[in-house]
Structures are given as C-alpha cells and as structure tokens.
Write a protein that binds this ligand. Structure first.
Ligand SMILES: NC(=O)c1ccc[n+]([C@@H]2O[C@H](COP(=O)([O-])OP(=O)(O)OC[C@H]3O[C@@H](n4cnc5c(N)ncnc54)[C@H](O)[C@@H]3O)[C@@H](O)[C@H]2O)c1
Ligand SMILES: [Zn+2]
Ligand SMILES: [Zn+2]
Length: 365
C-alpha cells in the first residue's frame, strides 16, 4: 500500500482538493505507475460538476505520462521502468467489436480491479478509470502504452496529452474522418480537441484546412498547427464561410469539436455532397438537434461520431510520439501552462476563461 497525494472531488460541485490517497500494490493484470505529468481536460470538470455520474468521491486526472514502478502477476505488456502514456481503452480482445477486428470500438475495456481509497477506506472512482492527478496511480496493465522513443524530461507533458483530448481530435481526422491527401477539412471549435483535429488533418495531407471558432486566439493557435484559413463564427456565418473557401461546394469533411445543436447543424450543412461529418465534441445529456431527413438522404455521405477518435492506443500512440519527435506534430503547442497538483481547481477556472488549450500538472512541482 502506498500513501500519496491526489486530487479528489468529494461531492458534486465541491472544490477539487489535494487529499491523501491509498494506492494498493498491483494485483494480477494491474500496473502501478509513478505519474510524471497529467493534463487538465474538460472531462475532469464534467466529473466535478456531476456531469458524468454520481459516484463521488472522484480521483481526477486522465491525460498522463508516467513510469511503471510495479506490475502484478501475469503482466506482459509493460515492465518496471517503462515510460508510458496512460490510455482509457485497454481492449478486452473478446467482445463482439474486438472479435470482428474493430478493437477501437471495444465495448468492455479494462481498468484496475482493486480500488484506490481515502485514508478512512472510502473507495475512490478514478476519472476514466485512470485517476492520474496523483503521485501514483493503479491501472490495468493494458492501460499503459509504452513510449519506445527516448524523450527529454520536459517533453512528457506534451506526450501525455495523447492519452485523451489530443488523440481524440487527431483520431477524429485520421481514423473516423479518414482524411486523404488533397482534401478539404473544416473543424468547428478549436479548443484542445479541435486544434488537434486540425493537426491531424495536416498530418494526413489535407490541403484546405478551415478552423472555425468564436475566439481569435484559438484561431491563431489553429493556424500554427496547420489551419490554412480561419473563420470567426461570431462575425462570419460558418456555413457560408466554409462554402466560400471550397469553391462553393462545402468541405469534404467537417468535424464538430463542440457538440451543441448549432455547431452540429453547421457541420451538417457545410459538407460537400457525399461529404463526411464527424462529431467529436461530447453533447450534454438530453441535447436534441432537429435534422431535416430529406437533406440527410439527398446530401449522401456520412455522419459519424468519434469516441476517443477511434484510437487504438497500441497502434496510434507510438506513431504519434514519433511524428512529434520528427517535428511533424507540434504537441508542445498544446501545453499552455505547467502547474502543480495543488493548482488543479484553479486550472478549471483558467479553462473556463478559454485562454488555454491545456494546463498540465507536473507532479514533481
Ligand atoms: N470524443 C471524445 O472521445 C472526446 C475526448 C475528449 C474530449 N471530448 C470533447 O470534445 C469537446 C471539446 O473539448 P476541448 O477540450 O477542446 O474543449 P475546449 O473548451 O478547450 O474547446 C472548445 C472550443 O470550442 C469553441 N466554441 C465554443 N462554442 C462554439 C461555437 N458555438 N462555435 C464555434 N466554436 C465554439 C471555444 O471557443 C473553444 O475554443 C468537449 O465536448 C469534450 O468533452 C471528446
Ligand atoms: Zn473488446
Ligand atoms: Zn480527457
């Protein structure tokens, strides 16, 4: 048993506070990880405000890089000393998605079996089965994806972000949206996820990449990551703007990285005939959009959603780390500030201000 500091929310809308957390030694199939860095994601805030469920207390944090410090019986995926990115898709290999060869849809992903607790024994629910705003965390070994490429210490903050939002965005373009060289792609909402989708479109060779947001600063960063055009949809109609930049046709692919009815409809209307749209922003429960069915039919193409960017961590994380090291994917651009574990609650406020892509906790700070 290890006694560490971790960021916990005890009840709906309570502040996220630094608490003593008891982390068990790994049992069969589990790994204990010394956390190096962990990004603050919109989803952590969703947990805090009760938007994910009512299983308080939550141990927050899930966009992490770390070092494996112990493994349980039967673990073959990783060994002690391995540098890893934590993922929330440790695939089971047995569900109907895995059996039909589509493990990125796995319906039965693995987490640690043992629970981390507070000092009084209260069981903690780790965010996305990870709980990495802590000095150590316990996960299923399959949640650890080994980083084979040597990195400098300060690069882990950027690479850890591949554990969630950045991968969701890149995957929405590369996997779900299947961007091809020469295509036109529009991304609506350029926070961490949307900007990553812009970077994914650039990696895939799209030649027209249109970033849409309501905030000019976000649009500037999107340009740094590969956007060829920007639209501030407060002042310009997003659909007309996208059509104008694509010879009046609409984009081959439009990605909605916000997930509200307005942006969904913009994405729906701003695609070319037979064009694709991908929803990667997570709508609040109960959100309803009214779509004219005749247009769904006559427009052709596809409407898909991207869970975690249809990412298979074992396949995609090492490839993306290599793109970063080769200088083709500027993950450093996503690290807006580096903070300590005690500053997570403040980071939620900074996030709401819209001024950052990611605040990243460095546990040693
Ligand atoms: N699908 C997945 O697996 C997955 C994974 C992680 C996060 N997400 C979701 O992706 C979404 C984006 O996450 P994020 O971390 O980038 O959030 P964020 O808050 O950093 O970014 C949202 C961006 O959208 C912009 N925006 C808001 N309303 C807009 C509008 N009407 N038109 C255009 N732009 C608008 C904001 O200015 C901001 O730049 C969230 O819903 C999040 O929960 C999905
Ligand atoms: Zn499965
Ligand atoms: Zn996340």
């Amino acid at each position: 048993m290890h006694k560490v500091k971790g960021v916990v929310v005890r009840a709906k809308n309570e502040p996220a506070t630094l608490e003593t957390v008891l982390v068990p030694d790994p049992g069969p199939g589990e790994a204990l990880v010394d956390v190096l860095t962990c990004g603050v994601c919109q989803t952590d805030l969703h947990y805090k405000v009760g938007g994910v469920g009512d299983d308080f207390p939550y141990l927050l944090g899930h966009e992490a890089a770390g070092v494996v410090s112990a493994v349980g019986e039967g673990v073959t995926e990783v060994e002690v000393g391995d540098h890893v990115i934590l993922n929330w898709r440790a695939v089971c290999g047995e569900c109907r998605a895995c059996r039909r060869g589509e493990p990125w849809y796995c319906f039965n992903t693995h987490n640690a079996t043992q629970k981390m607790t507070l000092e009084d024994g209260t069981e903690l629910e780790p965010a996305l089965g990870i709980g990495a705003f802590a000095e150590k965390t316990l996960v299923a070994a399959g949640q650890c994806t080994k980083i084979e490429t040597p990195l400098q210490d300060e690069q882990y903050a950027a690479v850890g972000l591949l554990g969630c939002g950045v991968t969701a965005g890149i995957g929405a373009a590369l996997n779900t949206g299947a961007v091809k060289r020469g295509e036109s792609v529009a991304v609506i909402g350029c926070g961490g996820v949307g900007t990553a989708a812009v970077a994914g479109a650039a990696l895939a060779g799209a030649t027209t990449i249109i970033a849409v947001d309501v905030d000019d600063e976000k649009l500037e960063t999107a340009q740094r990551l590969g956007a060829t055009h920007v639209i501030n949809s407060r002042s310009t109609d997003a659909v007309e703007g996208i059509r104008e930049l694509t010879h009046g046709n609409g984009a081959d692919l439009v990605i909605d990285a916000v997930g509200v009815p307005d942006t969904f409809m913009q994405a729906f209307q701003a695609r070319d005939l037979a064009g694709r749209m991908v929803l990667v922003g997570v709508p609040n429960p109960g959100t309803v959009a009214e779509i004219p069915l005749d247009e769904v039919f006559s427009h052709g193409g596809s409407i898909k959603s991207a869970w975690y960017g249809d990412t298979l961590p074992s396949r995609d994380f090492p490839m993306l780390v290599d793109q970063y090291v080769l200088g083709r994917l500027d993950l450093d651009a996503f690290v807006s500030e580096r903070i300590g574990l005690a500053q997570v609650d403040e980071a939620f406020e900074t996030m709401k201000s819209g001024k950052v892509l990611r605040s990243v906790v460095e546990v040693s700070r």
